[in-house]
Design a protein around this ligand. Sequence first.
Ligand SMILES: *Cc1c(COP(=O)(O)O)cnc(C)c1O
Length: 405
Amino acid sequence: MPEIFTGSFTQQEPIPEEAIDAAVAVMRSGRLHRYNVADGEAGDVALLEQEFAEAMGARYALATASGGAAIATALRAAGVRAGDAVLTNAFTLAPVPGAIASLGAVPVYVGVTEGLVIDLDHLAQRLDSDAFEGRAKVLLLSHMRGHICDMDRLMAICDIAGVRVIEDCAHTMGAAWRGVPSGRHGVAACYSTQTYKHLNSGEGGFVTSDDSDLMARAVILSGSYMLYERHLAAPGPDAYEAAKYVTPNVSGRMDNLRAAILRPQLRNLSAQCGRWNERYGRVEEGLRDTPGLTLIERPEQERYVGSSIQFLLLDWSDQAIDQVLQRCAARGVELKWFGGAEPTGFTSRYDSWRYAPSEAMPKTDRILESIVDMRLPLTFSLEDCDTLARIIRAEVGAVWQGGTG
Ligand SMILES: *Cc1c(COP(=O)(O)O)cnc(C)c1O
């Protein structure tokens, strides 16, 4: 009998008891709206923002209704307007080009390397093209699946070209590049607290920044009405003078219930990141030197959070990759294929986003077509991770040896 894996890839850990108690207390109070606070009370959202800014090392933080809302808010607060071209990764998740398109702006994709990071040569080439003449120059840099590019080189390229960087840190909350926390290189950073990310409030997100004008606009955009002075991790009242009459209120706030759930989780973030990395390490070890399978070697400057793992089946035929996926699925191992021609479940690729067409990128396509992804929820034990690696290794081997690889 072949070994079968019975764990669930979508089962996260329960919300900690302390967070449940805090949520119940908010519900008992009836004061769920972030600006609905009793005399002398700051409210869980304002406190969470303060704690999150401190944890990420940022001056300011704003909590939002989702990660996608955080990205759209940051882009708009950075001055992106309808018709502007915004550079972003070809390898990312649908809410990223979606946030750009929600402003009427136009995503321009930058290719991916075999290390699963943005192709910096392609970025430099894009910046030389005419599309950016006289327009807001912004790169929405998505640290997709937690892979961080050479941030020193990226910032040098962007600084010279006058490009402002907004970081999508949906998978890098708790990660760092050469000791600098992810999200601290660009003018603003966006995070998600959606269930499958590093903190879980169902839906939610953050924008962080050190720029007071940008943050004042972001606070108003998020739906602060004229209550912005209630924010504890935001600039002082003067910063809003220039923004308050000309910035639309695009309601996308977080509420006290979600914030109450997140505050205890945030205190435990670094321990959780350590647990993800133990699991990542076990799967990585188990897959090492599997013929036909390319692991992503992590640069030593990168401190990552292994909440999912990727490998490449480079230059395999579509049928062979599909066979691996099916054989693994039959043994309970759910793999996602970012390169599938049709968007399914959470995965899609840049040519599925037909509202924002791109010319073909053959080098990037070769890599995208080979990316296989697996979630590593913390409900998996270390032994589970060994089992997963054994099953993948065996099934990749079977298809590879069958000669279809
Ligand atoms: C999850 C995610 C987001 C934001 O998603 P929301 O569901 O809107 O919170 C953005 N970028 C990436 C890469 C993501 O994985």
